[in-house]
Design a protein. Sequence first.
Length: 130
Amino acid sequence: MVVYARVGETRVIPLVVENERRREKSITAELGPWRTRGGGTAPVSTVSFEPKNFTLAPCAEREILITVKIDSPQTAETGKEGGRTDVDACLVATADLTLAGCEHRPIRIAVAIVPRDCEPFRVECGCGCC
């Protein structure tokens, strides 16, 4: 699963877990730490993650909401405010979502942090003669 974001944004990541069986299932959701490709600290922090424990009735579904905040890379590395307010190039942070009690492999969630100059919305104010 890939979510695109920019530094300073807060993103909501919704997931729906479905019980396709005719038996009740107890689910425990666990989200791992956010890491860069090289295993370093990523400038992504989990603001909220609910629910972590729930029971799915037969043939039912339940929504999980993960809210993440995209920090400046400088802030994530030093723990101080300020620093760079953008990334120089695309930076990808990943975390694994494990659903114990569900017959599914961990889900890798990737947050692709793109620079502000990467495909901005363009507004044309001219007469169209250029």
